[in-house]
Design a protein around this ligand. Structure first.
Ligand code: MN3
Length: 198
C-alpha cells in the first residue's frame, strides 16, 4: 500500500494571520507531497510496503537515507497539520495540563523551553514535545528526524511538533524565526495534542 498525502481539515488560509495561505499551500502540496511520493518510490517493491510509517521509523537505522528523510518528512508533516487548527491556541486542560505542570513547573516554562528548542535548532529541523512513558520532555531533531526514530537522541512519542525549516516560514517571516515561533502558539490545537497523550 502506498502512502497518501493527507488532506487538511481546514483551508490553506484558515491559519492566517499566523501562517499565510501561500506558505500552507506550497508546504502541503510541494513539500509534503514530495516527501510522500519519494517515500513511496524508496520503499517500492520492498518489505517496507507492508509496514506502518511508525513501524518503519522505529527501525530507521536499518534503512536507506532516502527512507529516513522522506519517511520522517511524511510522518512529521502529517502530525504538524493535525496539531494545528483555526480558532485554537490558549492552554491545554485536563491530564495534559497536569503533566505539563508536573514535568516543566508551569505551562509558561514549557512554552519557553519549547520555543528555545525551536529557535536554537541550527539549520533545518523540528522542535518536539515528547511523551516518554508518561514523562514529558522537550527536544529538537535535525532535518526530518523525529523522536520515533531509533537513532534519535531523545526517544518517545511526539505529541506536538514545530517545523522550523525555512520553507515553513520564510515567505511571511523571512529570517525572523522567533516571530514565527511566537505566532505558532495561536494555532496549536491542544485538544488534538491531548488525544495523542492518552
Ligand atoms: Mn516542512
Amino acid at each position: 500500500m502506498a502512502f497518501e498525502l493527507p488532506k487538511l481539515s481546514y483551508d490553506y488560509n484558515a491559519l492566517e494571520p499566523y501562517i499565510d495561505a501561500r506558505t500552507m499551500e506550497i508546504h502541503h502540496t510541494k513539500h509534503h507531497g514530495g516527501y510522500t511520493s519519494k517515500l513511496n518510490a524508496a520503499i517500492e517493491g520492498s518489505d517496507l510496503e507492508k509496514l506502518t510509517i511508525e513501524e518503519i521509523l522505529q527501525n530507521i537505522s536499518k534503512h536507506s537515507v532516502g527512507v529516513r528523510n522522506n519517511g520522517g518528512g511524511y510522518y512529521n508533516h502529517k502530525l504538524f497539520w493535525e496539531i494545528m487548527s483555526p480558532n485554537a491556541g490558549g492552554e491545554p486542560t485536563g491530564d495534559l495540563m497536569n503533566a505539563i505542570n508536573k514535568d516543566f513547573g508551569s505551562f509558561s516554562k514549557f512554552k519557553t523551553e519549547f520555543s528555545n528548542a525551536a529557535a536554537t535548532r541550527f539549520g533545518s529541523g523540528w522542535a518536539w514535545l515528547v511523551n516518554q512513558n508518561g514523562k514529558l520532555v522537550v527536544s529538537s531533531t535535525p532535518n526530518q528526524d523525529n523522536p520515533l526514530m531509533d537513532l534519535a537522541d531523545v526517544k518517545g512519542t511526539p505529541l506536538l511538533g514545530l517545523d522550523v525549516w525555512e520553507h515553513a516560514y520564510y515567505l511571511h517571516y523571512q529570517n525572523k524565526r522567533p516571530d514565527y515561533i511566537d505566532a505558532f502558539w495561536n494555532v496549536v490545537n491542544w485538544g488534538q495534542v491531548a488525544k495523542r497523550f492518552v
